[in-house]
Design a protein around this ligand. Structure first.
Ligand code: URA
Ligand code: SF4
Length: 223
């Protein structure tokens, strides 16, 4: 057991073998692979067509996603939808999921404040990401932010230095998929980062960069 007293066996024993995305989604409701299930309303799995050529990986569900049970239905989802549209991609073109499937937060009075998952949570939840991406088999995985980047590439990533290029996704050193999750991986910023920018000029520049990165992914995926 980790030093903080939590039980974190990892998700593997809850992941059914040879399951499609629908069965994985059902099975994830029972997951006790780490302690995050206990505070959350429900598991949030994925959205979008399982035969998509592009998979987008976020960090973890937010407050709204936790309540609704769907990824990217809150403010970050609005930003993402706008960016996808500007990059010439429709929601039907992308499978959308998260590195961590339960909402991690800190209670402050009535508010639930997002808390970034630890590496241990990413690792615990990785069997779900590996299983779903093995079904989807996208041509390109887009990692939205550093948490997703770590999950997909199995290492610390520097979004600023590595974003917007198609990285080799087939030689992933970390746990998860021996031969990676997709031929190509594109790192970009998390859409939530745009929501934190106060100046509209900064937001516009960040949106332009996010759109450009998504367009790179779209191109590499052949659409
Ligand atoms: N942020 C994420 O990373 N994922 C969601 O589903 C919502 C917000
Ligand atoms: Fe399981 Fe992931 Fe939820 Fe932890 S965060 S309980 S590993 S689904």
């Amino acid at each position: 057991m980790p030093a903080d007293g939590t039980s974190r066996p990892g998700a593997q024993e809850w992941v059914p073998p040879d399951a499609d995305v629908e069965r994985l989604t059902e099975a994830a409701h029972a997951c006790r692979g780490c302690e995050l299930w206990a505070g959350a309303t429900q598991v949030v799995f994925s959205a979008g067509p399982p035969d998509a050529r592009i998979a987008l990986v976020g960090e973890q569900p937010g407050d709204r996603e936790d309540l609704e049970g769907e990824p990217f239905v809150g403010p970050a989802g609005r930003v993402l939808g706008e960016a996808l549209g500007a990059a010439g991609l429709s929601p039907d073109d992308v499978y959308v999921t998260n590195a961590v499937k339960h909402f991690r937060f800190e209670q402050r009075g009535k508010r639930r404040l997002h808390k970034t998952p630890d590496v241990a949570h990413i690792r615990a939840c990785l069997p779900w990401l590996a299983a779903e991406l093995a079904v989807v088999r996208p041509r390109v995985v887009v990692a939205l932010g550093a948490t997703a980047g770590r999950a997909v590439l199995g290492r610390t990533v520097r979004i600023g230095a590595e974003r917007g290029r198609v990285l080799d996704g087939e030689t992933v050193p970390g746990p998860g998929a021996d031969d990676g999750y997709a031929p190509g991986v594109v790192l970009t910023t998390h859409p939530s980062a745009l929501l934190r920018l106060r100046e509209s000029a900064d937001r516009e520049a960040a949106m332009t960069a996010l759109v450009a990165d998504l367009a790179v992914a779209g191109e590499a995926a052949g659409r």
